[in-house]
Design a protein around this ligand. Structure first.
Ligand code: HEC
Ligand code: HEC
Length: 387
């Protein structure tokens, strides 16, 4: 078969969607999906988009009454002004705790087939309950959420209009939130314009950066396709988050997560670092692996990596220029899994700056939004007259 034919076959395989990614790259290991402009996000058949559903989802995303003590909304950790994430290395948590990982942006999450740092959810509909009910994030309860919403006449009306519910059903909360998130997309960047044919959309420096990204720096090995992620898992040897050693609360959450994720007692006693994909597979070879994140909107989402280790593009590029990190700091607890794909790059200062300029081109205008006015509870009935 001719090489060009092979290539187009690979492109067909990957264009079937994200499940196609694995297929395409397994069958032809050396062909990465090409960088490209971003199209519209996929919409599941059982949750079609309607303007009313999106509007309802927006209210719910900003409404803290979905959370356990009615004080934390999705938007408190995915703040529009903080890149729709949270600007501390480790995210804030449910009141009284802090989280154990960096909060990811929800911008463009609609395109991902694997959500969270280790791909623990496969769809936005499945991700939202994890966030709203999870102990260190929303800490909500399904029946409590339903009961609260039933006391808010505006929601009763809207759930009825959108889903035909007699009263707001919690599963439809997740559907409405997912529909809203499918509108939080970022595809009108200088990079997209360039990819669609506007050759002036990138500066000369950014074009040099793009060539480094695809060539000498080989970022495209993992950050590829229109989202700039292969959605696979790698251990890069990212350094330990300083917050682990400084914050007692972070350590408590970390211990709790080890327990909740069922590590052996032996590991529980030794481990001091996030073992990533290992918690899902319990395979030593998956220790310290995290999903390649998309690189869009990153001009607004620092700090970077699963533990917020790096504060700007320069630090990230320096890390890759050194061939990534090592897991030596884990005293041999973390398996020696560092990906062989990272090697010292030998970039000059000019090349580092070019690469950073290219990363900038993956973010266009900031997506701004103010908190919508949330509907009130029904007034309490007048106290019964007790004689
Ligand atoms: C207390 C903070 C907190 C709250 C509240 C919270 N999140 Fe998150 N969110 C995070 C953190 C931290 C992560 C990454 C966690 C991980 O991978 O283990 C995350 C990850 C995500 C992702 C995955 C993005 C990606 O790139 O894979 C989505 C989508 C998301 N949250 C949506 C929501 C929604 C919807 C809600 C409300 C129901 C919500 N979050 C509530 C902190 C929070
Ligand atoms: C071997 C696969 C691989 C290669 C090659 C690679 N990356 Fe990454 N990249 C990842 C993974 C995996 C993460 C997340 C790691 C973590 O949190 O532990 C990441 C994280 C990032 C982040 C942080 C994004 C965020 O939202 O936190 C940036 C920026 C980045 N990479 C840029 C680059 C650049 C620039 C290059 C080329 C110099 C590159 N990457 C090469 C896999 C790779």
């Amino acid at each position: 078969m001719k090489k060009s034919k092979l290539l187009s076959l690979a492109i067909v395989a990957v264009s079937f969607g994200f499940s196609g990614f694995g297929l395409g790259s397994q069958a032809m290991a050396d062909v990465n999906p090409p960088l490209a402009a971003l199209g519209p996000p996929p919409v599941p058949h059982d949750n079609p988009q309607t303007p009313e559903k999106v509007e309802l989802g927006k209210l719910l995303f900003f409404d803290s009454r979905i959370g356990g003590d009615a004080s934390v909304s999705c938007a408190d950790c995915h703040m529009p002004k903080q890149g729709w994430g949270f600007n501390d290395p480790i995210s804030r948590g449910y009141p009284g705790v802090i989280h154990w990982r960096n909060s990811q942006t929800v911008i463009n999450a609609a395109y991902l087939g694997k959500l969270f740092w280790v791909g623990a959810a496969k769809s936005l509909e499945a991700q939202a309950p994890g966030a709203a009910l999870g102990g260190v994030s929303g800490n909500g309860e399904r029946d409590m959420v339903e009961a609260r919403l039933a006391f808010i006449p505006e929601y009763v009306k809207r759930f009825n209009q959108v889903f035909g519910d007699d009263w707001p059903k919690v599963n439809n909360v997740w559907k409405a939130m997912a529909a809203y998130e499918r509108t939080l997309i970022h595809k009108d960047t200088p990079f997209d314009k360039y990819m669609r044919g506007d050759k002036k959309a990138l500066s000369n420096q950014q074009m040099r950066g793009l060539n480094l990204f695809k060539g000498k720096a080989n970022c495209v090995e993992c950050h590829n396709g229109p989202l700039l992620t292969d959605q696979k898992y790698y251990n890069l040897g990212v350094p330990r988050a300083e917050e682990w050693s400084e914050s007692g609360l972070a350590q408590i959450t970390f211990r709790y997560e080890q327990y909740a994720k069922g590590v052996t007692e032996e590991l529980y006693r030794k481990i001091k670092d996030d073992a990533g994909l290992y918690y899902r597979t319990k395979q030593k070879s998956d220790m310290g692996k995290f999903r390649t994140p998309p690189l869009r909107y990153t001009a607004y989402t620092a700090p970077f990596m699963h533990n917020g280790s790096f504060f700007d593009f320069d630090e990230v590029i320096e890390f890759y220029n050194n061939g990534g990190g090592s897991n030596d700091f884990t005293d041999g607890v973390m398996a020696k899994n560092k990906t062989p794909l990272l090697k010292k790059l030998g970039l000059s200062d000019q090349e580092k700056a070019d690469l950073a300029a290219f990363l900038e081109s993956l973010s266009g205008a900031e997506i701004k939004m103010s908190t919508p006015k949330l509907p009130p509870y029904a007034p309490l009935p007048a106290a019964a007259n007790v004689n």
